[in-house]
Design a protein around this ligand. Sequence first.
Ligand code: PLP
Length: 351
Amino acid sequence: MITFSPGPSKVYDQVAEYLQDAFNQGILSANHRSATFMNLYQETETLIKEKLHVPEDYKLLFTSSATENWEIIAQSIVERASYHIYSGSFGKKWLSFASHLNPETESLKLDTETALDVASLDIDEKFDLIAITQNETSNATEVSNELIAELGQKYPNKMIAVDTTSSMAGIELDFTLADIWYASVQKCFGLPAGLGILILSPKAIEKCNHKGEAGRYNSLSFILENAANYQTHYTPNVLGIYLLKRSLEDRPEIQETDHLLRERMRILENTIAQSEKLMMLVQNPETRSKTVMGISGKEEFIKEIKAEAEKAGMQMGSGYGPLKPTSFRIANFPAISDAEFDKLIKFLKEY
Ligand SMILES: *Cc1c(COP(=O)(O)O)cnc(C)c1O
């Protein structure tokens, strides 16, 4: 069975080999204060910078999930309140965690068919951070690099934090456009769940130092203090970090993956456009995600096509949250091979 679920998603086929190597090399018992671990951390950071084009002076941190990153940002970086621009369930969850910690948190809910209009935004002085979900996995929408750039130009004194959980390592992101970026590895990285990634610019680190929040198990100050020596503040997911390193070594540079995914998405879009039965969840190409396709329909139809796909050996991703009964999702993630993708297209064409 091939899974096209957008998280947890299909892992790279080579993971079997990486796992065996991890065992054989004794990495599973490596102490996280040892040179072995410190080298692993440093090499992984170097690879992330090389392969994903992250600026040299940014810092890679390891957490347990994207969900934890929501809380870390609200707890350790936001000084007064954050302003959340979102359209779907994941953006809404981030807003909810932030509101719990910072009562003055506010938000703007976007329509899935309308691209963010930066010119019309009026974000108050009191908000020191803008939170944006670049790829909203729940409703298959995205916010482009260009719009993130516009946002930064309009609000140079506010920090921008970007949720790229289901796009980092899939599409090319311009990391210079914002100071806080994060993901978790069970989406476009094609690895087993249980590891969160947080990438910070020097400005974001400075803001954390300025706030001075400390004392919690996941206070960013504590994480950074350890990361300065390529260590972590608790016994980390060493296996997850090892798999990330091995996988990054085998991946091409991000522009190549970006090109492949955009090309595949174009084929998927054409297939759906030509079908009489299938309808895209998002009509506007400007807001439509490049890594997750949503297909909408009546409840009966969704049930039927998912069952037919399973019979053909393919598991579709269910709709998320309120969209569960009336949609399904297809991950266009890099770990899905071209042969698997072709099988999907053939199924959709014949359906
Ligand atoms: C999956 C996802 C999350 C949550 O990731 P976890 O690793 O489960 O915490 C957050 N944001 C987006 C956009 C996601 O797709």
